[in-house]
Design a protein around this ligand. Structure first.
Ligand code: ADP
Length: 423
């Protein structure tokens, strides 16, 4: 039985939440997609289901979230967290309101606290208004987001437009008075028939207060910031034991490889850094415009490398080179070709004994994980914010999935050195 079951509306957000829970001492497993009805309960204090529901059609987001809820409840989760983006990414049609309404109804939950604050990343909520750094949400650049333009910073109004239920506020001054005051305010709002309460938080101590106040709520809505306060509250209730090994992953002997399909500036610098330290191979999609032969070239090369070499295989290229490839192959075809090639390469490398695998690129990671048939990742130590090492029990594999912009320049070598230091 786990303490928290979280349903996250995107994959990187799920990983971020999971890594923060582990850092706070809670053993955490991340599930990729809606868990199958017959999948066994993960052994963990927190289970985070990662969906891709943020911008999916409303009905699909609701259906997948409710199916995930069913599994999490069957596994005995005490509380459910609907994990949303810290910039509350959504439109007047959803998906935060409709998904929250469906979860609330299924759980018969009373008042639902809602707080996307994450002060360390500049996300604070004051009098119900969400700030990004010093700017209101609607003046932060988020008003121009291509899919979920946020043109109103007042979360009481934003959520109010997405649900038929009533939305209230627990303001800063109440949160300052402590957890008991927040609990009383929530009860008072509930008596008025209010279903959701936006809760202010502008600092980590306020998130700690919030964690204590809402630890026993059946349903909560928020960002990764909630992971700052909840685990301490669980400990005070005797639900979570003080442990030093929440981030411990099993030692997995085997070869190491890095696959990089991200072309972000951050990743290009990381690839350049690693090239000087690894056996490296650049995929050439123009020489092999076919996923099988593109993959075969890399696999043949890897077969000629010494067993103790760290392999770096990359398609990452400068914007000019990417434009050249896209001009010949077309943008979609180039992307699909390279993603499929990486999926095949990953499969072949794992079959050849690679047991520590780093993948750079969000889409690239998705292709690799699906080819390897992975549905669950045990979360380990954080390499850089938002990117932990994970263990994939289905393939006995240590895996780090890095989306484009994450990580320091020495990310790849740092990640591998970290595993050697912590066998
Ligand atoms: P990020 O997390 O940086 O966005 P992704 O893996 O999500 O990385 O996206 C990068 C996309 O660019 C992938 O679809 C990948 O296949 C594609 N790609 C990678 N290298 C090249 C290249 N040399 N030319 C064209 N497209 C490429």
């Amino acid at each position: 039985m786990s303490i928290l079951g979280a349903i996250a509306d995107d994959v990187t957000g799920a990983t971020d939440l999971a890594a923060m829970l582990v850092t706070a001492g809670a053993r955490t497993v991340q599930l990729l997609g809606v868990p199958a009805a017959d999948s066994p309960p993960p052994e963990a204090d927190a289970v985070v289901v990662s969906l891709k529901s943020r911008t999916a059609p409303v009905a699909q987001a609701v259906a997948e979230s409710c199916a995930s809820l069913d599994r999490l409840r069957a596994w005995g989760a005490r509380s459910i967290l609907f994990k949303v983006c810290s910039t509350f990414d959504s439109t007047d049609c959803g998906n935060i309101g409709p998904v929250a309404d469906a979860l609330r109804e299924a759980l018969g939950a009373g008042i639902v606290p809602v707080c996307p604050a994450f002060p360390a990343n500049g996300r604070t909520v004051y009098q119900g208004y969400l700030f990004v750094g010093t700017a209101l949400l609607n003046e932060s650049g988020m008003e121009n987001h291509p899919l979920t333009p946020m043109r109103d910073a007042n979360l009481v109004r934003v959520l109010g437009r997405q649900t038929r239920a009533r939305v209230g506020l627990v303001p800063f001054a109440t949160v300052e008075r402590g957890a008991e005051a927040v609990r009383e305010a929530l009860s008072a709002l509930k008596r008025e028939g209010i279903a959701y309460a936006i809760v202010d938080a502008v600092s980590d101590p306020q998130l700690a207060t919030l964690g204590e106040a809402i630890a026993e709520c059946r349903l909560m809505v928020g960002g990764s910031g909630l992971a700052l306060g909840l685990p301490a509250a669980w400990r005070r209730r005797g639900w979570l034991f003080q442990r030093m090994d929440a981030a411990r992953l099993p030692p997995v002997p085997g070869r190491a490889a890095i696959l990089s399909g991200s072309c972000s500036r951050t990743t290009l610098a990381q690839v350049a850094h690693a090239r000087a330290r690894c056996a490296s191979f650049a995929l050439d999609p123009l020489a092999h415009p076919n996923a099988d032969t593109l993959a075969a070239a890399a696999i043949d090369w890897s077969d000629r490398q010494p067993l103790d070499a760290t392999l770096l295989i990359y398609a990452s290229a400068s914007p000019e080179r990417v434009a050249e490839v896209q001009a010949v192959l077309g943008r979609e075809r180039a992307a699909a070709l390279i993603e499929q090639a990486f999926a095949r390469i990953a499969e072949a490398l794992v079959a050849r004994g690679v047991r520590r695998l780093i993948v750079a690129g969000g889409e690239t990671s998705g292709a690799v994980v699906s080819r390897l048939g992975l549905t669950r990742l045990v979360i380990g130590p954080t390499i850089d914010p938002g990117v932990p090492w994970t263990f994939a029990p289905e393939r006995d594999l240590l895996l780090a999935l890095k989306s484009g912009n994450f990580g320091t320049t020495d990310f790849f070598t740092k990640a591998l050195t970290m595993l050697e230091a912590r066998p």
